[in-house]
Design a binder for this molecule. Structure first.
Ligand code: GLV
Ligand code: MG
Length: 346
């Protein structure tokens, strides 16, 4: 176990010091771009204006014979466009693949100062984070990178879920974590071919009652994992995210999954298609009525203590903190998004 002082020391001479706190950024959607496709790449600059994070995907969904083209394409995209306050991320190939080392070293060498976050797939334990942490420090030092590149882990193996708390605490570079429901389902031997979302056979059923049809309702396959991930991340001061929702045509189901994740503590989700950008924006920006009510709580209890009644509902020090979570998030969203600034009245 490192001492607190050592924990925050750069891991290579000349590497930037790690962040003590996460930079404050609105990250409602992490938009995936297959950077080996020239047509998609050409639109990345415009796309970036409509999303909070743009991510060049190098891992799954990129064919093996296009891995190098995706890496080069992402670098080209990173050099060509100014992303402003939109986050620039990449999902590299996993550490035991033949591509990971070149993905990481070529990208940091070429666009290390523009890259905000590396998403690392199939993280199984803190050792994976330690490896990338050290390697990034060496590369940052070698290439004179000025700000630390953060690490975002995908929670997508049974072993990773078992070790989720140690992963969240493994390094001050940790930005957060995303649920990877497809790989995780496979790793756990879950019997579903879906990418995220529920399953019609995972349900509860009411008891038999004479003359009445039995009612059954689908349950959320991901509730346990998301709860575990949120606790691990929030207690470590980092962020949690829903990952991909694969049924692009089923926008209603996507919205419900994203909203459950939002209500449980997640900051955002992946968007795999432009239609999911609007869903994520809607879901991960707090509801205007909820913001208005939360503002009333804060105003009624200026020092955050005591007890008041608002519309028949008891408010105290704890509900003041709940209200602050919502108002703080709304302020961050309003600072980024004029549409929501008007809606919230800030
Ligand atoms: C994402 O990477 C997943 O496996 O769901
Ligand atoms: Mg995966």
């Amino acid at each position: 176990m490192k001492t607190p002082r050592k924990f925050y020391e750069p891991l290579a001479i000349g590497a930037p010091a790690p962040y003590r706190d996460l930079p404050v950024r609105v990250e409602r959607m992490i938009h995936f771009v297959p950077a080996h496709l020239e047509k998609v790449r050409a639109k990345a600059g415009d796309m970036a204006k409509t999303v909070d994070v743009i991510l060049g995907n190098l891992e799954d969904a990129i064919p093996a014979d296009a891995k190098e083209a995706a890496r080069k394409g992402f670098i080209e995209m990173g050099q060509k466009f100014d992303f402003g306050d939109t986050g620039l991320w990449t999902r590299v190939n996993c550490l035991n693949s033949p591509w990971a080392l070149d993905d990481i070293s070529e990208i940091v060498a070429a666009i290390g100062d523009k890259l905000d976050v590396i998403m690392l797939p199939k993280v199984e334990g803190p050792w994976d984070i330690h490896y990338l942490d050290q390697l990034l420090a060496q590369l940052e030092a070698r290439h004179g990178v000025k700000k630390p590149i953060m690490i975002h882990a995908i929670l997508e193996t049974a072993e990773g879920v078992k070790n989720v708390e140690q992963i969240a605490l493994a390094s001050p570079r940790m930005h957060g974590m995303s649920l990877g429901p497809a790989d995780l389902a496979a790793s756990r031997a879950m019997k579903t071919t879906r990418v995220g979302g529920g399953h019609p056979e995972y349900k509860v059923i009411s008891d038999p009652a004479e003359g009445q049809a039995r009612v059954s309702v689908q349950q959320d396959l991901w509730h346990y994992t998301i709860a575990k991930m949120v606790d691990a991340c929030q207690s470590a001061g980092i962020k949690s995210f829903y990952g991909p929702f694969g049924d692009i045509a089923d926008e209603a189901a996507c919205e419900v999954q994203f909203r459950n994740a939002f209500l449980m503590g997640c900051a955002g989700a992946w968007s795999l298609h432009p239609s999911q950008v609007a869903i994520a924006k809607r879901v991960f920006s707090p509801d205007a009525k909820e913001v208005a009510f939360a503002k009333r709580i804060l105003e009624a209890m200026p020092d955050g203590s005591g007890v008041v009644m608002i519309d028949g509902k008891m408010q105290d020090d704890a509900t003041w903190k709940q209200a602050k979570v919502i108002v703080d998030l709304a302020k961050q969203v309003a600072a980024k998004d004029a549409e929501y600034k008007a809606l919230y009245g800030f």
